[in-house]
Design a protein around this ligand. Sequence first.
Ligand SMILES: [Fe+2]
Ligand SMILES: [Fe+2]
Length: 380
Amino acid sequence: MSHASEKHLQLFVRQITTAAANASLYQLEHPQVLNLCHQAREQLQILFSETPEVTLKLIENRLICADRPVASNLSVERLIEGFKNLEISYLKMTPGISTDELLKLTSNLSKLRTKGQEPRKTEHLEYGQVEVRYRHTESGSEGYSAIADFSEIAEQDRDKFMDIYHDVRKKKQLNVVGISEIVGDFVNAFGANADVMLAMAPLRSMDEYVYTHSTNICLLNLAQAKLLGIEGPLLNEIGIAAMLHDVGKMFVSPDILNKIGQLDPEEWAIMRQHPQLGAEYLLNSPGIPRLAVVTAYEHHIGYDGKGYPETPHNWQLNTCSYMTSISDVYDALRTRRSYKEPLTFGQISAIMLDNAGKSLHPEMTRSFLNALSSLEKDPD
Ligand SMILES: [Fe+2]
Ligand SMILES: [Fe+2]
């Protein structure tokens, strides 16, 4: 969706949610409500000159249109509330939609709606739940497979992942196939879309920290790889490397891992062993891509080589290690534990730019932040 189209979409969302708010206050027949529905229809007509349908989807609390997250503002938040009240996760509108149909939508989004009654679809207006068909995506089949409902995927894959990590803790053999299946699910679910991966990662909840952190890094790495134009088997290897970058933490005592507050020097020394422990473990696991071993070992060394483990002066880091460091720092800043205030994107960006050329690869950090900032921008 072009920048111009996004503006029209934003206007549409504002007009339809204002119409719904007015209808709740006065009545559906109020001239202002009708006027706003007229205007909303005009915005849709402009959008239809570029696209055969306008479909809005609600995925993990984010509104998505044409596989891109819609920049959030008050109207978008209101529409999301409306979706939740209606218990729908998508709204599809096609050319020919009338003001009358938009009035029905307005009524459904307003407080006039009878609770519990399912919204009825009309000729050019459909509501429903996003279908999950991420395994066998046939391109063009009804159009809802491009982005599957990520929470569903995460749900199914989480159990698989937790089982695998449980085995690692018990020093059993690593289930490589399981890990690569999870990565395959992510790659399939998001298709060619780096933006949605970037948008989804910070939204993951904080429960099951290892899973959340690993999948966040996986999504952020996959997005970075896509920004670099990487496709095919290498993309999957990068995803696998990300899923396993902190596998060495499974050999660090949970008391240290979950400690709230600063680690003492002795605990810190143990914590700093996780890259080496992880790499050794992966090196002895058959079927693990070399890249995963290297990434586990290198992800804390840093662009300037001043991190850990200590390396010879001219050690050349792998690109995937640079990516993982960037994703790791971003995820740590974005999902700060609940006892701290969350940082804004501007603050995160400033911290990361300050480290660009020091611990973080400068160009890759800038292109990562650029991609993210275009998601944060509100065209209003
Ligand atoms: Fe790490
Ligand atoms: Fe990490």
